[in-house]
Ligand binder design. Structure first.
Ligand code: V0V
Ligand code: CO
Length: 153
């Protein structure tokens, strides 16, 4: 079951400058950042709020590390802006199959590695009214919950 907005993916030219904007304007902090070589992005996750399924919602700021990556290609046409939305689920495999059975193109046969060791897949934007849509299951942690932000301890 899709139970929350996991994140909104925002493409940017300069990750540091964009992180600074979100910090200085709204006070949002970087919760996590990493390079995902396979997806061709340098990314920063800004944790916005916890959710009642034990997860959280983030902004995912994305700077392409290659021009021929999905985000690099998209930015060449569109510049900066909202690139995708991601719904969180406890079971990305089951939900991806259920969506596929409805005739929506699911881009990966098996979910791949996403931010913070999550498992992710994507639905084709042309089958989703123009919105690139991601499904994501957060990595399990020893406590059974997602990592918590420093201020929530
Ligand atoms: C492309 N199109 C989009 C779009 N990207 N429409 C809405 N939102 C987007 N983000 C449209 C594009 O304008 C074209 O429409 C059409 O789809 C085909 O696009 P294309 O430029 O020819 O590019 P393709 O077909 O080579 O690639 C498009 C897809 C690709 C969606 C297949 O971007 C992809 O595989 N995306 C999934 C992976 C991804 O996005 N990774 C980066 C985030 P017209 O012009 O023909 O009408 S990584 C991430 O989120 C992580 C790591 C995480 O969450 O943990
Ligand atoms: Co994403």
């Amino acid at each position: 079951m899709l139970s929350r907005i996991d994140h909104i993916g925002i493409a940017c030219f300069d990750l540091d400058a964009t992180v600074a904007f979100y910090h200085d304007t709204y006070g949002f902090e970087v919760f996590h950042s990493e390079v995902n070589e396979e997806q061709g992005v340098l990314e920063a996750m800004l944790r916005i709020n916890g959710t009642d399924d034990g997860g959280a919602s983030y902004l995912q700021l994305l700077q392409p590390i290659r021009d021929d990556s999905p985000v690099g290609k998209w930015m060449a046409k569109n510049g900066e802006g909202v690139h995708h939305i991601a719904f969180g689920t406890a079971d990305v495999d089951a939900d991806a199959e259920a969506v596929r059975a409805k005739g929506v193109r699911v881009l990966y046969d098996t979910p791949r590695r996403g931010s913070m060791d999550s498992r992710i897949t994507f639905l084709h934007p042309k089958d989703c009214h123009g919105v690139l849509t991601e499904l994501v299951t957060a990595a399990p942690t020893p406590g059974g919950e997602e990592p918590r932000s420093p201020e929530s301890h």
